[in-house]
Structure formats: C-alpha cells, structure tokens
Design a protein around this ligand. Structure first.
Ligand code: FAD
Length: 424
C-alpha cells in the first residue's frame, strides 16, 4: 500500500537511483524503481563474459577512503567488507620508458610530511614542487588545469597526471581546476586516511549493486526491469504521468519522481534542460590469467598504453581513461598493445591470454570547465520532479561518490515533502 506521503518513482537503477532508493526506504517511503535494461548498475556493473568464462566489470572502479558517501552507502547495504585496499595510503607506479618503479606514501594526519620525506614523495621532486596543489584550492572561478599549474615535470608526470586523469577522465591540462581542487580538498588535504585506494576484487556488482538490490527487495521495493521511460507528462507545475510506452502511470497528488538517468536521456525528457553534452570514454581490458605472486594489487603506469593495472584473483584488469585513440583501433590490436605493457610489468610472455575488452564510449561527461558549468542542480521547475546522477551539480567529477551524493540529495529533497521549494 502506498504511504500517505505518496510513492516515489525512481527512473534508472544506476548508483544514483539505487542510493536514492536506499535512503528513501530507510526513511519509510514507498519506492518503485523503473530500469530500462535487464540489469541494475548502469555504468557500474559486472557480468558473466562467455569469451573469457569470467565475471568481469565494465570497469575496475577505484574509490578513495575519503569517499564518505559511497562508503556509507556500502555500510547501509551491508557491503563495506567487499572493498579492499592497503592499510596505508600508498600508490605504486612504474615508468615503462626506463623501468623505474616508485611508491608514493601519504602520511596519516593533516600535515603532509610525506612531501618532506624523500622516501615517500615522488622521486626527482622537491617539496616546493608541491605548492601548485595549494593553488588549486584557492583558485577562483573554474579554469583549465593548465592555467593553474605546470602540466609537465616529474611531479606532474609521475603522480598528478595519472591521478587527475583517473579522477577527471579527461587529459588533465583541459580538466576543470575547480573539480581537481575539490578532489584535492576531499583527499590529499585530509591526509592519508582519506587517500587509501579501495577496489572490489570480487567485482563491483557484488559490492555496489547486488547487495543494494537485495536490500531494497527485502524492504518491499519494486524494481521493475526492462521498463524504459518513454516520456514524462507535465500538467501545470508538476509531473502528471509517466509514459512507459506499453502503459502509463498517472501520478497522485503526493507522488514524486527522481529522474536518475544519464544526462543525454534526461535532456530528452525535459526540453530546455541544460546538461553536459561532451563525453569521454574509458577502455577496460580483462585477461584470464593468474597474476604472478607478489604483484601489487594495483599499479599506475607511466609511458604506457595501460594506465592502471589491477592484479585480481584469476585475472588481470587494465584501465585506460579518456581513451579516444583506442576506440577506433581493431579490438585485438588494443588487447595486444595493452597486454604488452602488462607482460613487461609482470614479467609474462607477450602471447595473449583469453581476453575481453569493454569500451565505454560515454563513460563520463568531459570534466572540463565548460561542461562542468552546464551541470544542473537537483531541483527542477516541476515541484514533484528531482534530478540525480553523476552529471548533476555535485561539485565532484563523474564518480561513484558523486552519484551516491546526488542520489542522497534527491532523496532528501523528496523526503522533505518539499521537493522543489523554488517552484512551490
Ligand atoms: C568504465 C568506467 C569506469 C569507471 N571508473 C570509475 C572509478 O574508478 N571510480 C569511480 O568513482 N567512478 C568510476 N566511473 C564512473 C561511475 O561508474 C559513474 O559515475 C556512476 O556509475 C554513475 O551512476 P549514475 O547512477 O549517475 O548513472 P548511470 O550508471 O548511467 O545510471 C543510469 C541508469 O538509468 C537507466 N536508464 C537510462 N535511460 C532510462 C530510461 N529511459 N528509463 C529507465 N531507465 C533508464 C540506465 O540503464 C542506467 O541503469 C567509471 C565509469 C565507467 C563507465
């Protein structure tokens, strides 16, 4: 039975939609989730791949221990133990041009003494090289990173480029200084405790998605799969009905809608909505092989095609961000080029093991100042309609943390019973 607060219809079962559903359910609201595809998770999903005979992720998702909203979400759904990371905040790197290896070790505590310790900071850097990071925190407005810091030199090549490329998914010189500054504020500034890298070695589905779906179903939430929204119907200042093609759901006076679909889909439902419209790809390569003993769980690669290499149980996964160059290359060639890097790092033969490639063309919006400026807030002109998704104005790049926060915010607005104050 719908509660007297009305039903909340969530469109899209990605991380944002699931986070909103979890929060609303906790608050005792009646929730229905409508998902276009046959699987929850959206851009964060695992699936069985017949070619390799393995369950693979569309992309190995990396969190940092400072991603408090994502970690709270996992705690709520009982999945916080599905993430794993080193006890301390350390990142290993290799430069394939010369074979040099190094480890950056952030210290716990607010004062960054790792910068003053040669054995912890990036080789060939001096403490003063790190000052531009502080400039990111105080920059006004939003400018490309290349206007705020020098995008060259050992610190950039050996730490900042790999980190900002992974976080922004855009070549860092073009990246939003504001978003980069926010990452620094929420991680490096808070010390090592906020910078531990965390991954889900058994797959992102088992961490972020399956437990959320089980949690919601246990609490009576209906998750309707294969149910793409075709159109929103508007009447005066509210959404009056949801058109699913085969059927139409008429909304009651107290019903509300959280639109948690990708930006391009949302723009199709809401004429006049300005959204980020330029995207960047991410390519992930998966190889069925036991990584040799002693390999680091995760290593950053400089001067390679591979950018982050993950040694996982029975498999090796590789991530390449803003991977436009790899989209048009033949798939086998991409798999081979990336594998050559892995073979060099792990001391393995260059012969390709069974492999699979996932090329996500619109993995994230391009985190440039121009696109960042197009992100709308959660509230809309319609009093019972709220937006969620990593592309809304979260202040963060397109990440799980941003998606969860957007879902939480949407749920809070609906939970207030005062969805869009501006419009009400
Ligand atoms: C390859 C890859 C690697 C990534 N790596 C990282 C990482 O390391 N760390 C990190 O934090 N983030 C990473 N991200 C980003 C992260 O996955 C996203 O930020 C997050 O999953 C976005 O969630 P979302 O709910 O906002 O959107 P989506 O996941 O896009 O969810 C939207 C949902 O809406 C559904 N939908 C669309 N249209 C309709 C319709 N008409 N009716 C009903 N449903 C509809 C979709 O099917 C989908 O399920 C990565 C993304 C990719 C693609």
């Amino acid at each position: 039975m719908p509660s007297s607060d009305g039903t909340v219809h969530i469109i899209g079962a990605g991380i944002a939609g699931l986070a909103a559903a979890v929060r609303l359910t906790d608050g005792g609201r009646t929730v229905v989730v409508h998902e276009a595809t046959g699987q929850a998770g959206g851009r964060c999903r695992s699936y069985y791949d017949h070619t390799t005979g393995m369950v693979i992720d569309n992309g190995t998702h990396l969190l940092l221990s400072g991603n408090h909203a994502a970690l709270n979400y996992l705690k709520t759904i009982g999945a916080e133990t599905m993430l794993e990371g080193p006890a301390d905040a350390e990142f290993q790197f290799i430069d394939l041009a010369g074979g040099a290896r190094w480890t950056v070790r952030f210290n716990n505590g607010l004062f960054p003494w790792w910068i003053f310790d040669k054995s912890r900071r990036v080789p060939q850097t001096r403490p003063r090289d790190y000052l531009p990071l502080a400039r990111l925190l105080w920059a006004s407005g939003d400018q490309p990173l290349e206007k705020l810091m020098t995008c060259s030199g050992p610190l950039y090549d050996r730490l900042l480029e790999p980190l900002f490329l992974a976080a922004l998914n855009v070549v860092p010189p073009e990246g939003s200084g504001k978003l980069a500054g926010q990452i620094v504020r929420e991680t490096l500034v808070l010390g090592g405790k906020a910078c531990r890298p965390l991954i889900a070695p058994d797959g992102i589905g088992t961490a972020f998605i399956d437990p959320a779906v089980a949690y919601l179903k246990d609490r009576g939430v209906v998750i309707d799969m294969h149910r793409p929204l075709h159109a929103l119907g508007f009447a005066a200042d509210r959404v009056s009905h949801l058109d699913f093609g085969k059927d139409v759901v008429t909304l009651g006076e107290h019903d509300s809608v959280i639109l948690a679909v990708p930006s391009y889909a949302a723009a199709g439902f809401m004429p006049g909505l300005q959204v980020p419209s330029s995207f960047r790809s991410i390519v992930n390569a998966h190889y069925r092989i036991d990584p040799p003993a002693g390999q680091p769980r995760m290593i950053g690669v400089v001067n390679g095609t591979a950018e982050w290499v993950f040694a996982l149980p029975g498999r090796v996964a590789v991530t390449v961000s803003d991977a436009g160059d790899l989209l048009e290359m033949p798939r086998t060639e991409v798999a081979q080029v990336i594998w050559r890097d892995v073979a060099a790092i792990m001391g393995l033969p260059e012969t390709l093991p069974p492999w699979q490639l996932v090329r996500e063309r619109r993995a994230t919006f391009a985190a440039t100042p121009e696109e960042n400026a197009k992100r709308p807030g959660a509230q809309t002109d319609w009093r019972n309609l709220v937006l969620a998704g990593d592309w809304t104005a979260t202040g963060l790049p397109a990440t799980i943390e941003g998606a969860v926060r957007s879902g939480n915010r949407a749920a809070d607005l609906v939970g207030d019973g005062n969805v869009n104050r501006a419009a009400a």
